[in-house]
Design a protein around this ligand. Structure first.
Ligand code: HEM
Length: 376
């Protein structure tokens, strides 16, 4: 495990010594039956699971087809994000006077609805995507029993086959649509650089998970941070301009991805410890974000801190998160809309925060709130 900010950042930045090759394989030894099912998944490595030169080529393609700056994300995805937030907020407002779970009724829904919109996934398939995607995270980062491993591995294989079918369908339709899959199929660079159908399916396979599980976590963490201290929520209600800084501090204080994997390609010495070649290393992003050598008073949640942008919640270097701008937009629009529409929102009194059992992803089990909109 690598925990200090400078060391985690160096490891993230040095893809030659710290490879991404095994990043998407489970952190424990799978039972043989589950392993043989997972081995049937012939998804070619693209960005998250690849090193140079494959990574360089596929990342270039992803950057060209998936907006990743705040301005382009706002321009191309802003309308979709705001429409989906409005729908979910209206549903909450309609339930005023009751207790609702902000995880299942809001945070877990929004990023999923947005990413399926962007990829052009049929709405009737959304429940399956959610099930497969939750299963993938539990399979890789949880510690399921062998029987459960087999069930989750079968789900993962079904998910991969589904992504392949999604892409073949777009090819049959001519691939002229405005969705991400069609754009990736039309991608051309230089004389002969294109993406294969399986590479596009591999992008979809990754984005359908990366694009929602993490952002659900960010939205839930932001809401929990805001609601667990009533003065913070009141301040955001009075001053919505403070929302972006609040979301950024949430990313530092307790990121949705607490730890991420690398594989050493050679012996690496950090301080007095030598990590042998071929070791799987857990880079603790959450610990790095609380390193007092980098952040003043790291355990204090301070949305006004000047050093917040040094956080590693979205990684660093060659694999820096492609979806950072989209995740920020979704969380910011969520908080701004909720503080405006339900300023009297408060955590249910008996609520005790708990997280799903997972080494990599820090996700709330639930966030019950009382929806009160009267008298504001
Ligand atoms: C990479 C975190 C949202 C797509 C990463 C990495 C981290 C991360 C830590 C670096 C992995 C590495 O170094 O190997 C997060 C968090 C998010 C979020 C905390 C939300 C709060 C998103 C969204 C998308 C996305 C919304 C897409 C729609 C990706 C992709 C990569 C990536 C494709 C791989 C980039 C590469 O390997 O070159 N993310 N992510 N992420 N993220 Fe995100």
């Amino acid at each position: 495990m690598i925990t200090q900010h400078a060391d985690v950042r160096n490891a993230l930045g040095d893809n030659e010594a710290f490879s991404n090759a095994l990043t998407l394989l489970p952190i424990y030894e799978m039972c043989p039956e589950a392993l043989s099912i997972v081995m049937e998944i012939d998804a070619p490595p693209t960005t998250a699971a690849a090193d140079a030169p494959t990574h360089t080529r596929t990342r270039r393609a992803l950057r060209a087809t998936f907006p990743n700056t705040s301005a382009r994300v706002n321009e191309q995805f802003g309308v979709i994000v705001r429409r989906r937030v409005d729908e979910l907020v209206s549903r909450l407002v309609a339930r005023r006077g009751t207790v609702v779970d902000l995880v299942s009724d809001f945070a877990a829904e929004l990023p999923l609805l947005v990413i399926v919109d962007l990829l052009g996934v049929p709405p009737e398939d959304v429940p399956s995507i959610k099930r497969w995607s939750d299963g993938q995270i539990a399979l890789i980062w949880g510690q399921p029993e062998p029987e459960e491993q087999v069930r989750l591995a079968r789900g993962l294989l079904d998910f991969w086959r589904y992504c392949q079918k999604l892409v073949s369908l777009r090819v049959q339709e001519g691939g002229s649509g405005d969705d991400f899959i069609s754009k990736a199929l039309r991608y051309r660079a230089g004389d002969d650089e294109i993406l294969t159908e399986n590479e596009v399916a591999s992008f979809a396979f990754n984005l359908l998970v990366a694009g929602h599980e993490t952002t659900s976590g960010l939205i839930a963490h932001s809401l929990d941070n805001a609601l667990s201290v009533s003065t913070r929520w009141e301040r955001l209600v009075e001053n919505p301009a403070g929302v972006p800084a609040f979301v950024e501090e949430t990313l530092r204080f307790g990121p949705a991805i607490d730890g991420w994997l690398r594989l050493t390609t050679r012996d690496v010495t950090i301080g007095e410890t030598t990590i042998p070649a071929g070791s799987r290393c857990l880079l603790l992003l959450g610990a790095a974000n609380r390193d007092s050598a980098t952040f003043a008073h790291p355990d204090v949640f301070d949305p006004n801190r000047a050093d917040v942008r040094d956080h590693l919640a979205f990684g660093y270097g060659p694999h820096f998160c492609i979806g950072a701008a989209l995740a920020r937009l979704e969380a910011q629009v969520s908080l701004t809309s909720l503080t405006a529409a339900v300023p009297g929102l408060r955590l249910a009194p008996e609520h005790l925060t708990s997280f799903k059992p997972n080494v990599g992803f820090r996700a709330h089990n639930a966030l019950p709130v009382f929806v009160e909109t009267f008298g504001q």
